[in-house]
Design a protein around this ligand. Structure first.
Ligand code: MLT
Length: 417
């Protein structure tokens, strides 16, 4: 802080000793007195050229391209290339990139031994984080001098869906499906998830398109919890696999990637209670007394609407219509949405359904189990994490070291027992 030409270069927390020492209350409502504290360099805002987000206007762009355009016209791998390398690929670049991914979908059989050590009941997210971390051991050139970064990027993009489907198959007691590399990225994932080994699996184009949209919408969201984790871990020069594994762990938390799971669990609770949508809308309006929170509505960043939600809603409608799904939980979701959008309480507070509200509905309709929802988020977010990790390394950002403000005891004298 600079006050009347005098500089105070330390943070001031409300109620802290610093605040007591320097009366800053008079400055609270003034602006223009704040100067950069260099001590904040590792915890302050990150410069990034990847994703533009305006929470007031509800705008989301990857490398300058609107999310609406990309979701309706591009493939997930084109968007991955765009995020990671900064430009949309030419036809030749796309062929090299996507063929590279096709060639690397198989996972070393020794990784299966690690996988087999997990309890069958293990949550797929801890299995995924562990196996991605284990990839360092199989590709030591990723940490010995960070060699071949582009090859590791391709490897990870190729293998994550394979690893993701392992834990799903195992929980069912099914043998795993090896990738079929004549298939494109999303059909190959659906084949590994759902095909019986003897079946010639036909992927429904509406389903593949809905997943393409979902993955694109989740591909990056600037500095959220998992992304800044990837950057922070990578800032110590930790390799790609370790950094992404840390991001997967961060995403696993219910406040971040687990939100769509909470939506579905809430819908299940409403169903078990008789499915009275109006009752729960009233409870949400009286949250202070009822304690009921409507999951999947509103967003920490978006003050208006989550631009991803509009796009995903259409995908949800298309998928439900195409599959002719008749699931009471989905009917409750639609009922909640309709009631909220027509209720001045929600409209005035701009409490619209967000991306997490619809994504769970689509996954559920596709038969993807609830504990795989966050895994789907991780597959979608992978290109963003990679892009952020790569950018952070290329910008030669210093090692992260969040600043601490000490709030503990002052000097105490040790008295032996
Ligand atoms: C995301 O897509 O990462 C979530 O909306 C969380 C966030 O932006 O904080």
């Amino acid at each position: 802080l600079t006050v009347d030409g005098k500089s105070y270069s330390f943070p001031v927390l409300e109620g802290s000793e610093h605040e007591k020492a320097f009366d800053i209350s008079a400055l609270r409502d003034q602006t223009g007195y704040v100067t950069l504290d260099r001590g904040y360099k590792n915890t302050g805002a990150t410069q990034s050229a990847i994703t533009f987000l305006d929470g007031e206007e509800g705008i989301l762009r990857y490398r300058g391209y609107s999310i609406e355009d990309l979701a309706s016209k591009a493939s997930f791998l084109e968007v991955a290339y765009l995020l990671i390398y900064g430009e949309l690929p030419t036809a030749n670049q796309y062929e090299t990139f996507s063929n590279g991914i096709r060639r690397h979908t198989l996972v070393n059989e020794d990784m299966r031994k690690i996988f087999d050590g997990f309890p069958v009941s293990a949550h797929p997210m801890c299995v995924l984080a562990s196996l991605v971390s284990a990839m360092s051991a199989f590709y030591p050139d990723s940490y010995e001098g960070n060699k071949n970064p582009d090859l590791h990027i391709v490897r990870l993009l190729a293998k994550l869906p394979t690893l993701a489907t392992w834990s799903y198959k195992r929980a069912l007691g099914h043998p795993i499906n090896y990738p079929k590399n004549q298939l494109d990225y999303i059909p190959n994932f659906l084949h590994m998830m759902f095909a019986l080994p003897v079946e010639d699996y036909k992927v429904d184009p509406v389903v593949a398109e809905a997943l393409n949209v979902l993955l694109i919408l989740h591909a990056d969201h600037e500095q959220n919890c998992s992304t800044s984790t990837v950057r922070l871990v990578g800032s110590s020069q930790a390799n790609l696999y370790s950094s992404i594994s840390a991001g997967i762990s961060a995403l696993w938390g219910p406040l971040h990637g687990g939100a769509n799971q909470e939506v579905i669990e809430m819908l299940e609770d409403i169903k078990a209670d008789g499915g009275d949508v109006g009752k729960y809308i009233d409870m949400a309006k009286n949250a202070k007394t009822t304690g009921f929170r409507l999951f999947g509505f509103g967003h920490r960043v978006y003050k208006n609407f989550d631009p991803r939600a509009k796009i995903i809603k259409k995908a949800a409608d298309d998928v439900l219509a195409k599959l002719g799904v008749n699931d009471p939980v989905l009917e409750i979701a639609k009922g909640l949405e309709e009631a909220a959008l027509n209720d001045p309480y929600f409209v005035q507070r701009k409490l619209y359904p967000n991306v997490d509200f619809y994504s769970g509905i689509i996954y559920r309709a596709l038969g993807i189990p609830t504990n795989m929802f966050t895994v789907m988020f991780a597959i979608g977010r992978l290109p963003g994490w990679i892009a952020q990790w790569k950018e952070m390394r290329e910008q030669k950002e210093p090692i992260g070291r969040p600043r601490q403000i000490y709030t503990g005891a002052t000097l105490r004298e040790f008295v032996p027992l």
